[in-house]
Design a protein around this ligand. Structure first.
Ligand SMILES: [Zn+2]
Length: 392
């Protein structure tokens, strides 16, 4: 017999107390492409598809399933789920306003699942002083125009790159990095107990800029074409690496880092965090911090738990390893579709997009195919991809 679970109104399912159902459930691919993980059955919501989200008193949680098309590479897959945040009548502006703590003070790991303008003047060839002064003046004027011209040249280069890489439209240029960083708080319903002591967990950056952020997880696929494409298109992204799929080719990620990409923590072995003890979670997270520091010379400040699942121990461990923030995601990109977390199935300013380092054996296409697809969606909707680190 199963022991009674704390919480009263939860359903017991595979050892997870389900405190409430997600409204408007629908099948979505998951962080790992949509398989049931951990042997749990699915929680069937009111929606048309077999997906659901769990919520436990312990803050562990959440999983879902879908009929996603891609294959899971690791044991245990979760899926992202459409969610309608309580009290979130407006999609804009106040989703991050500090609200009362979740009814149970619990985490819902909701998831489910160069234009280099080198002004080259040779200084020693001037025939006389006047000519030199004239040249200097002209250079000054050019400097004043420099920023606008550089931007123009950069966009021009992008047009060429977009054609070369088969993008239907040229990606929009992101606005300059905000001078003042947005005030980020943990998303309502995603808190663990005493959340204020731990790194914030969020899926969107509060901003009015028409930007989204691209984040890429795991690391199994190491496609040189992808690196080239992103560099030429100048599309920023942030990587969350799991060492077990990265360690066979650190140089690939060194190249990525050299191109300006920040390498962050996605644990050593991609385990389901809430199923581990505090000490085990600490080994997974701190171990990956140490590995990235050793291999790439920089200790990450961002951590993303595998499948987006976490509990209080996860955040406590992450903090003790030097993690400052825990960005999850609000949309997921595949080679042929986008999945959204919000009920409106759309992008919003500041949304974080998740995708994966995957190749043809995992999904129907290559990394460049995925980028072509996600950039079509993003650009059609009028968004630019900005650098996540500029907003943190
Ligand atoms: Zn992952």
């Amino acid at each position: 017999m199963l022991a009674a679970q704390p919480g009263g109104d939860g359903q017991l399912l595979g050892g997870v107390v389900v405190a409430e159902r997600v409204e408007e459930g629908a099948a979505l691919g998951g962080e790992e492409g949509g398989e049931v993980f951990g042997g749990h059955g699915s929680i069937v919501g009111d929606g048309p598809a077999p997906a659901g989200v769990g919520q436990s008193k312990e803050g562990g949680t959440a999983f879902a399933v879908s009929s996603g098309e891609s294959v899971c590479r690791v044991p245990g897959c979760a899926a992202m789920q459409l969610v309608r945040q309580k009290g979130n009548k407006s999609q804009q502006g106040h989703r991050y306003a500090a609200g009362p703590r979740g009814r149970f003070g619990v985490a819902v790991a909701a998831l489910l699942v160069a234009a280099l303008g080198t002004a080259c003047g040779s200084g020693d060839a001037g025939p006389d002083k006047a000519a030199k002064e004239k040249a200097a003046k002209a250079a000054g004027a050019a400097g004043a125009l420099g920023a606008a011209e550089k931007a123009k040249a950069a966009q021009q280069a992008r047009v060429v790159a977009a054609k070369k890489w088969g993008l239907r439209k040229t990606p929009l240029a992101a606005p300059p990095a905000p001078k003042e960083k947005p005030h980020i708080t943990t998303r309502d319903g995603f808190e663990v107990e005493d959340q204020e002591e731990y790194p914030n967990v969020f899926t969107t950056i509060p901003t009015e800029d028409k930007v989204v952020f691209l984040t890429i997880d795991d690391g199994s696929e190491k496609d040189p074409e992808f690196l080239k494409m992103m560099q030429e298109l100048k599309i920023p992204y942030t990587a969350f690496l799991s060492d077990y799929v990265v360690r066979d080719n650190y140089p690939y990620f060194k190249q990525m880092q050299a191109a300006g990409v920040t390498l962050n923590n996605h644990t050593l072995n991609h385990r389901y965090m809430p199923g581990l003890s505090y000490e085990q979670q600490r080994e997974e997270i701190c171990g990956q911090q140490d590995t990235i520091q050793k291999q790439f010379g920089k200790r990450p400040t961002l951590f993303r738990p595998p499948y987006g699942n976490y509990n209080q121990d996860t955040l406590r461990a992450a903090k003790s390893c030097g993690i400052k923030a825990v960005p999850l995601w609000n949309a997921e990109a595949f080679t042929n579709r986008m999945d959204y977390r919000e009920w409106d199935r759309d992008l919003h300013p500041g949304d974080i997009i998740l995708t994966h380092f995957r190749g043809k054996e995992d999904w129907k296409g290559t990394m460049p195919d995925m980028i072509r697809h996600v950039m079509k969606t993003v650009t059609d909707k009028g968004y630019a991809v900005a650098r996540l680190e500029d907003y943190l």
